[in-house]
Design a protein. Sequence first.
Length: 551
Amino acid sequence: MTDLTTLLDDPRLSADERAALEAFAREEAAALGLDRDVEQWTERAAPTFTREQRSRTTLWVAGLTWSQDLFLSAALRGAGYDVQTMPVPDNEALRLGKEFGNRGQCNPTYFTVGNLVKHLRRLESEGLTRQRIIDEHVFLTAGACGPCRFGTYVTEYRKALRDAGFDGFRVMLMEQKGAVRQATGEPQGLEFNLPFYRALLQAFLGGDVLNIMGYRIRPYEVEPGATDAAIERCRALMVETLEARGSIFKALWRCRRELDRVQVDRLRPKPVVSIIGEFWAMTTEGDGNYELQRFLEQEGAEVHIQPITNWLLYLLWVARRDTQRRSTLREDDDARAGLAGKGAAWKTVLGLEVARLGLHGVFNAFAAAIGLEGWHLPDMDHIARLADEHYDNELRGGEGHMEVGKVLDNVDNRHAHMIISVKPFGCMPSSGVSDGVQSLVTARHADLIFCPIETSGDGKVNVQSRVQMMLFRAHERARAEFDEAVRSTGLSLDELRRRAADDPRATRALHHPRHQLVGTGANQVLELAASQGRLGVRRRLRKLARALSAS
Ligand code: SF4
């Protein structure tokens, strides 16, 4: 097709033909509104958070688990900032998010944006003027998880805040790709120095090990509520230490003693349920996923969570893989994150590998300090290899290939009786792409109990009853495994209970029986059966001590 400019340049045109064509072009331009100067819309940047404002500015933190939000607030207070923790988003936050957000967003957007609006309204109802809220408060939260709707979070926050009457309120996003940026300009009030990154690391990893301990101990506690009470004491200890910039290892060690006081009875068959899915939906502990973790525990399950550390390892894996792939195009790779004109790619890869090893090292050190036994961080290369046949490793957004890789890893290593994949309503990568692939994976592994659920804020009862139905099968499987374990030992359950009473490890919250079968109860049975010789000696010693004290 020939365009009008080319036609007008044609020397064979007569003067009349040219005039007619020019008149036609003018008419069309007028009809399309192209004959006027149009001012393009640009987002107006709100004031930045400057260093000079720091002493009179309160940072509000939210977006991860409650422990991690508390620890991050405390660690940043320790680094010299005035920081408070915002509550976990609830259904009221969702309602406000929908009221002030754009149509067609995914659930985490509505929950997190609405939570901020709700919180600012609360500050206002407590007597602060809007201008003071805008001038003296900043929100710091997790940012993008991939090339999906998270990419528009910045604009969403601005729009919702503007429409709710808080135009100019400052929001800073900790990009999950490592950087921190301000939704309303470049940050200056936050200094990205060693104390800041140390605060992040301590909060994320310290929260991870404490969360894992809680989910491990709670299902088997003898006294209801004892674990929660111990976890509360641990949180207070950690907050105090992080604020005072004390030794986190000492704090974790003290937490270990608190947790060790909880008495447990692991000789119970409970299904292990692994929660995977979209990052925010599987991490939040409130209405955002219908309090799924607590619901499962109430239904008699042991919950297996995904620590934030897994996500950090995935980000390092992505960065390493992309660097390696881009290094073959070095000279042409002049995009913003490209390698053209930068140092040798191998140095970047080496740096990322050192970061990965460092992350493993710090997590394992924290785990050892708090008494977390037998927890292994995933090998991201292995997860990627497992997933690649079904889900291309180059596909990014949400959890990328990780959801599929985690399911296949569970097929191989039997970590859980059942897997729940949580995805927020409207999530493109997780429900649109990953779930489609999972249907093939589950068809190939018919033995899997896989339950994908979509969280939309409403429909709680439907989701919970769906989970209950699948959980029934997982209960049966855990019970059969437990009974078979007991049968295989040739001992009665009463005898195993007698042995458990004699073996301090069996009632210790910190102990974790070696992973042989899926269920913790079944593993405890096997461990007690194998400990006969040691227990026999212990019993004889105890008998001897009793005889000596009686004589
Ligand atoms: S991964 Fe899904 S839920 Fe999360 S931000 Fe992207 S589109 Fe939304």
